[in-house]
Every structure is written in structure tokens, then in C-alpha cells.
Design a protein around this ligand. Structure first.
Ligand SMILES: Nc1nc2c(ncn2[C@@H]2O[C@H](COP(=O)(O)OP(=O)(O)OP(=O)(O)O)[C@@H](O)[C@H]2O)c(=O)[nH]1
Ligand SMILES: [Mg+2]
Length: 612
């Protein structure tokens, strides 16, 4: 059996990852903007005649000169400079068919590497829709490589590529057919590319009319910012308004489950463990699944449609003003899901100092692990009254918390750029993708992978900490289930004095420690602690327990803490790896803790002073 090693190369946003996922059944992230893939990824597939192909998905590159970290990854992978990995036998150069003219020089540059090449003109469906006409035969002849048209999002649209691999297998494998490696003269390549493009691009429309009309509004310096805010605002309103019925359903089910279990398992420690530890703990987090789903539906749709790239474009000007690189928008946007991919996505920023600035502020973006905490506290302490027209208070508070994170990030970035990461910034140079109708498969796979990640955390980290915490609160066994006399209470008492000045009570302090494993654990800890404290009478659930035990200033201080505190080890570890520096990691941890403490304290005392 023959085997072949291929690499997918080409400009950002040309559809490499989509092709990769389609061929291998993979689940890598795709989105309608540049710089999504920042690492290499391998997978396997078989061609119709049975060639076993190993294929690598690479970050997008325009040429062989690597400027940023992700580009270096791609160039090294092609050249075989990555240790323990053999270089690919051949390259599949993926080009957006509608933009062949712009990207032809990338193809010519790849050719200079001396490896066999297949040129895949992808998104042929969109090119045809827009009336682009290409002379494929002439292109094959001029460039001297086999050319196929593909539609990466459809199985039928990928067959042409499989067929050409089978047809060309001898050439792709054979070392002899390789063109001798040449020295690259970019200028000459560009004029060569222009000449070829003039021959093969028979017709290209100016710019899609729909795109142009939408962009008139969406890219307008003022209209664009307004559009962005309206979209975000609507998103947070929806998170609260649409989720309630589903939350109620999950809450009722969790309660029924608890009662059912209590009826089956005899009274005693084991029943307590299951009902108060596992069901109250894990259940209190899983309840927030509807919010997570709604939020990600929005983000995925905005990503896939091409709007997010516009948002980056609109924000560029504003970000430059505070010294953030325009390219920071996408990493910061990813951080709204989780800071870890966000910190990694900062690899697309060429300027090292700008990359560091972005990494330093990424944790201030509200990650999805904070959602359960925010929703719990907001739900318990704010009514869902209509403030103005259809706008409701809870969504407004949530919007405010997200905004607090963003504004803080801007301020911190501003200070950093004036001090630790001083230096000039570069403006964003980004190709705006055409608007696309989101692909249902991509959408549902993306949604599923987020939902699965959330549930997996609930089933592992949150489950484990709930059980451990239940034990720490329950033992040593005593008649009066008073928190202070338990092991957890004693540990909490040690650090309680540190948090007392900012209004935190013992229960809150206890929830912060395991919260370092994952932020939503704080919610499960509160669920467990109050379930145990409430004992038999505890029937109204966690939010009622909080309303009884906390004052409004306390609740606000807790929210403020979660906006800032560097609360998960995994993020800190990622920052250490990406910056390769303990100094930066420690600096980040210190400034985030400092801010968290200060802002919580100020919030608490101001709220108290205002008589809330
Ligand atoms: N209509 C259509 N859309 C496509 C096709 N191929 C890819 N797309 C869409 O184009 C967008 C970009 O695709 P990706 O696979 O993320 O592009 P990429 O080349 O991996 O981009 P980077 O990782 O940033 O280099 C996604 O929204 C895809 O759904 C295609 O053949 N037809
Ligand atoms: Mg990709």
C-alpha cells in the first residue's frame, strides 16, 4: 500500500482547515477571518484507490518569509525543520478561487521549494456565484502544476482533489520530478504572477454588491461602532431572556433527581454525598448550559458570516489609539470563550511587544467559565424588570460586567505600552472576507465542541472538587453542621482575614480556593456549602440561600472579583509557555490579583456607603 504525506498551505482564510476537517473528519476550528489556525495538526484519510494519506493543516501564510510565530510554524513544517517530524512529500496549495490574482504569487513561491504541488482553487462555489471566470487549462500550463477546483465545505466538492492525488501519485511521491530549489526573487515572482493572472483570469467582478452595501454601514467609522454595540447588547439580552425556560427545566430535573436519589438511598453519609455533594455541586453549574449555548450560537454565527472580521476592522482604529495592535482583536475575541486559545492566538501578532501586551490583557476578557458565576449572582440579586422598552436589567448588568473587563483591558494595555512594552505599533492589515452563509455542519460541530468542553469540565474538574469539598465541609463529623468547625472552615478561616476588609464572608473565601482550578467551581462550591448548611430545610435552591446570606454590596464585590482575578492555573501555565518567561507570568498574576482586590474593595465600600 502506498502512503503519502501532504501539507495544506496557502493564504489565511482560504479554507485549509475546512478542507482538512472534511477530508479527515477532524473538528479543528474554522471561522471566516484570517489567522484562525496557529498550530499544525495532522490527520489521515484514504483515497479511492487506497493511498493512505497523512495530511497536515498549517497556519495561513502568504509566502515563505515568516514574520509572526504562527507563520514560522507553517514555514518550518513545510521545510521539515520541526524535530521528530518528516517533511511533507508534496504540498496542496489552497487558494480562494475568487482571489486568484492576489494569491498567485504565493503559489509561485511555494513552487520554488522544489516539492510537487497540487493547486486547489477552493470556494469555487462562491467564485462562480460572483461570476468569476478562470481558464483552468491555461493556469495548469502556465504554473506547471495540476490544478483542481474544490468546494471544501461539501463532500462532492472534495472529490476532485482525491482524484488528482490518485492520478498524480507517482509524481507526488517521486523525488525525481522535483523542481530544483531556486533562489526566490520576490519582485520577479510578483511580476510573473501578474502576467499569469492576466492570462488566466478571464473575468472578475469588481466587488460583490451585497458585500459592498452591507459594508457601507458596518465599516462606517461611527455606524460600525454603533452596529457592534447593538449586536453585543442584543446578545446579552438574549442570554438572559431566552435561557430562563431551559434553565428552569434543568433546575427542576436536578431537583427531581436529588429527591429521587434521596428516596432510593437510605439516609446517611452516602446520601448526603450524592445529594449535597454531587447533585447540588455539579447541578449548580450545569444549569448554566443554556446561557453558554446561546452565547456561542451568536459568536459562531458572527464568526462564520464574516462579521467578526469587520468588527476587528472597526475596532482597529480605537485599539491603535490605546497602543493595542489591531491584530489583537481576534486573540482577544477568542478569549471570550477561554483565555487559553486567546493567548495562543496572539501568535499571529508579528511585533513581539504587541504580542506580550495582548497576552497580558487577554484574561480580562470575560471567558465562558465566568458565565455561571455572573448569571448566578445577577439572577439572585437583580430583578429582571424592564428598564427601558424591551431592555431588561439583568442583561444590562451582564453587559456592564463584560464592558468592565474590556475597558480595564484597554486601560492596562495603555499603561503597559507606556512602560513595559514600549514601542511602535503596527496597524492591522487584514483582508476582509466576503460574507458567507454559515455552514450548518461547521456551526453544529463548533457548537457541539463547546458544549462538550463545558460538560466535560462539569463531569471532571467540577465533579471532583464538589466531592472533595463536600468531604472537607462534612468532616470531622459533628452534630451541628456549622461551617466554621469543618476542615474547609478551618482552612478558610486562615485566609479569611485577608478578604474580610473587602466584604467577603467565609463561604466566599472557601469558594475562591478551588476556583483556581476552574472559575465555575466557585458556583458548585457555594452550591455544596449552602446545601449542607441549609440541611433539611434547604428547598429553595442556591439563589435563595444567597439572597438570605449575602448583602448586595457583598454580591457586587464578588462579581468585581471575578472580573479581574487570575483564576485558573491552566491560563497561567499557557501564559508561561507562550511567553517563555516566569517574569511575565508572575507580573500578570500579581497585577490581576491586585486589581481584583482593589476593585472588589472599592465596590464593596462604595455600595455600602451608598446604602445599598
Ligand atoms: N462557501 C464556501 N465556504 C468555504 C469553502 N471553504 C471554506 N469555506 C469557509 O471559509 C471560511 C474560512 O475557512 P477556514 O478553513 O477556517 O480557512 P483557513 O485557510 O484554515 O484559515 P486560517 O486558519 O486562518 O489560515 C470558513 O467560514 C469556511 O466555512 C468553500 O469551498 N465554499
Ligand atoms: Mg485554518
Amino acid at each position: 500500500m502506498t502512503s503519502l504525506k501532504l501539507a495544506l498551505v496557502g493564504a489565511p482564510n482560504s479554507g485549509k482547515t475546512t478542507l482538512f476537517n472534511g477530508l479527515t473528519g477532524g473538528l479543528a476550528k474554522t471561522a471566516n477571518y484570517s489567522g484562525v489556525t496557529v498550530e499544525t495538526r495532522s490527520g489521515h484519510f484514504k483515497t479511492p484507490i487506497g493511498v493512505d494519506v497523512e495530511v497536515m493543516d498549517l497556519p495561513g501564510i502568504y509566502g515563505l518569509e515568516a514574520h509572526s510565530v504562527d507563520e514560522r510554524v507553517a514555514v518550518d513544517a513545510i521545510a521539515g525543520n520541526i524535530e521528530g517530524k518528516t517533511p511533507p512529500d508534496a504540498l496542496v496549495v489552497v487558494v480562494d478561487a475568487a482571489h486568484l490574482r492576489t494569491h498567485l504569487h504565493t503559489v509561485l513561491q511555494m513552487k520554488t521549494l522544489g516539492k510537487p504541488i497540487i493547486l486547489a482553487l477552493n470556494m469555487i462555489d462562491l467564485a462562480e456565484r460572483d461570476g468569476v471566470k478562470l481558464d483552468i487549462d491555461a493556469l495548469e500550463k502556465e504554473v506547471g502544476v495540476p490544478v483542481v477546483t474544490t468546494r471544501a465545505t461539501r463532500s462532492a466538492g472534495r472529490q476532485s482533489l482525491l482524484k488528482v492525488i490518485d492520478d498524480q501519485i507517482q509524481n507526488l511521491k517521486s523525488q525525481q520530478s522535483q523542481i530544483p530549489q531556486q533562489k526566490v526573487d520576490i519582485k520577479q515572482l510578483q511580476s510573473e504572477a501578474r502576467a499569469i493572472a492576466n492570462k488566466v483570469v478571464l473575468f472578475e467582478p469588481v466587488m460583490n454588491k451585497v458585500t459592498r452595501n452591507i459594508d457601507k454601514v458596518v465599516l462606517h467609522p461611527v455606524g460600525g461602532i454603533v452596529t457592534l454595540f447593538v449586536i453585543l447588547f442584543f446578545m446579552f439580552q438574549a442570554v438572559f431572556s431566552w435561557a430562563t425556560p431551559f434553565m428552569d427545566l434543568i433546575e427542576v430535573s436536578a431537583e427531581a433527581l436529588g429527591n429521587g436519589v434521596a428516596a432510593v438511598i437510605p439516609d446517611g453519609l452516602f446520601q448526603d454525598l450524592i445529594v449535597e455533594g454531587v447533585i447540588a455541586g455539579v447541578g449548580s453549574v450545569v444549569v448554566f448550559l443554556p446561557q453558554i449555548i446561546i452565547l456561542f450560537c451568536f459568536i459562531l454565527l458572527l464568526d462564520a458570516s464574516g462579521y467578526m472580521a469587520r468588527a476587528a476592522f472597526v475596532m482597529d482604529e480605537a485599539m491603535m489609539r490605546v497602543g493595542l495592535n489591531g491584530r489583537a482583536f481576534i486573540p482577544l475575541l477568542s478569549s471570550f470563550a477561554c483565555a487559553i486559545p486567546g493567548v495562543m492566538a496572539a501568535r499571529t501578532i508579528e511585533n513581539e511587544k504587541d504580542r506580550l501586551t495582548t497576552i497580558m490583557v487577554a484574561p480580562l476578557m470575560t471567558c465562558s467559565a465566568r458565565i455561571p458565576v455572573y448569571v448566578l449572582i445577577i439572577g439572585a440579586f437583580f430583578s429582571n424588570d424592564q428598564v427601558w422598552g424591551p431592555i431588561r436589567l439583568q442583561g444590562l448588568v451582564m453587559f456592564g460586567l463584560y464592558l468592565a473587563g474590556i475597558v480595564s483591558a484597554i486601560l492596562v494595555a495603555f499603561v503597559l505600552k507606556k512602560t513595559a512594552t514600549k514601542g511602535p505599533s503596527q496597524p492591522l492589515i487584514m483582508e476582509l472576507p466576503t460574507y458567507k452563509v454559515p455552514q450548518p455542519r461547521d456551526f453544529f460541530l463548533g457548537l457541539w465542541s463547546r458544549v462538550w468542553a463545558f460538560l466535560k469540565r462539569a463531569g471532571t474538574i467540577i465533579f471532583a472538587t464538589s466531592v472533595i469539598l463536600w468531604a472537607l465541609v462534612t468532616f470531622p463529623l459533628r452534630d451541628e453542621p456549622e461551617l466554621r468547625t469543618s476542615i474547609a472552615g478551618k482552612i478558610g478561616s486562615v485566609i479569611e482575614p485577608i478578604f474580610a476588609p473587602i466584604g467577603f464572608n467565609l463561604e466566599m473565601v472557601i469558594s475562591l480556593i478551588p476556583g483556581m482550578a476552574a472559575r465555575e467551581v466557585a458556583v458548585s462550591v457555594l452550591g455544596t456549602v449552602y446545601a449542607i448548611e441549609g440541611g433539611e430545610e434547604n428547598t429553595e435552591g442556591l439563589s435563595a440561600a444567597l439572597q438570605n446570606a449575602w448583602s448586595l454590596p457583598t454580591a457586587l464585590a464578588f462579581l468585581a472579583w471575578f472580573v479581574y482575578a487570575p483564576q485558573c492555573f491552566a491560563t497561567l501555565a499557557t501564559v508561561r509557555r507562550e511567553t517563555n518567561s516566569w517574569k511575565w507570568t508572575l507580573m500578570m498574576t500579581a497585577y490581576l490579583f491586585g486589581l481584583a482586590y482593589a476593585v472588589s474593595g472599592i465596590t464593596y465600600w462604595v455600595a455600602k456607603g451608598a446604602g445599598l
